[in-house]
Design a binder for this molecule. Structure first.
Ligand code: SF4
Ligand code: SF4
Length: 208
């Protein structure tokens, strides 16, 4: 194993380093262990270096996924950023449309106590009602996502309404088309569940 020292003295060095992440994550640096000398206060660099030092592909993807979720959770911990009141978020209170459960209302993973899985794409989504009130974390802030391939950065932007294990499978796949088919299938499954199954259950209950 070779060693490469990364020295960050200021934000110019930081930006230079970020521009080189595409190179550092490539096969050329598979046998290189990165050592960081960081003189600025930005923990994100440590996460990027840690991800680059994980050489097994699946292990690296899982690390990036889980750490990103943790960072987002830590940022919003203790805040009701969607303003939920009686199950209705800011948007639903404004629209007075009798809908509840916010963005999760059409997802099979919603439960009475919130989301039953850990979905990074959903965690990164915030409508303007939220962004106008809170300084939330965006995919741009999560520099660790740069360590993912371009295909996986696209998936992270689109994989809503899915459980963590399914998103990870989409990320592990080498084919964007295969992952896109899997994502499309889950969207259809959700749609069918909420538009056919739940309506059937309600009509059966009404008949009783
Ligand atoms: S992101 Fe916006 S629409 Fe979605 S639950 Fe939060 S407030 Fe509601
Ligand atoms: S997967 Fe996403 S849409 Fe579904 S319940 Fe969880 S946060 Fe909501």
């Amino acid at each position: 194993m070779r060693y490469k020292m990364i020295t960050i003295n200021d934000y110019r060095d930081y930006n230079k380093f970020l521009k080189k992440v595409n190179l550092y994550k490539s096969i050329l640096y598979y046998n290189t262990f990165f050592v960081l000398k960081n003189n600025i206060h930005d923990v994100m660099i440590d996460y990027v270096i840690s991800a680059l030092n994980i050489k097994k592909r699946k292990k690296r993807i899982k690390f990036i996924y889980d750490e990103s979720c943790k960072m987002i959770n830590e940022k919003v911990q203790g805040f009701n950023i969607c303003g939920f009141k009686d199950g209705k978020c800011y948007v639903q209170q404004k629209l007075k449309n009798n809908k509840c459960n916010g963005c999760c209302r059409m997802c099979i993973y919603q439960t009475n106590s919130g989301c039953s899985t850990i979905n990074l794409t959903c965690k990164l989504f915030n409508c303007s009602e939220v962004t106008s009130r809170y300084d939330v974390m965006t995919s741009n802030d999560l520099k660790i996502l740069k360590v993912l391939s371009f295909k996986n950065q696209l998936i992270i932007k689109s994989d809503y309404f899915s459980k963590r294990e399914d998103v990870l499978k989409d990320l592990y796949s080498y084919s964007l088309i295969y992952s896109a088919i899997r994502m499309f299938y889950r969207i259809i499954r959700n749609f069918v569940y909420f538009n056919v199954v739940t309506k059937l259950v309600v009509s059966k209950k009404n008949k009783l």
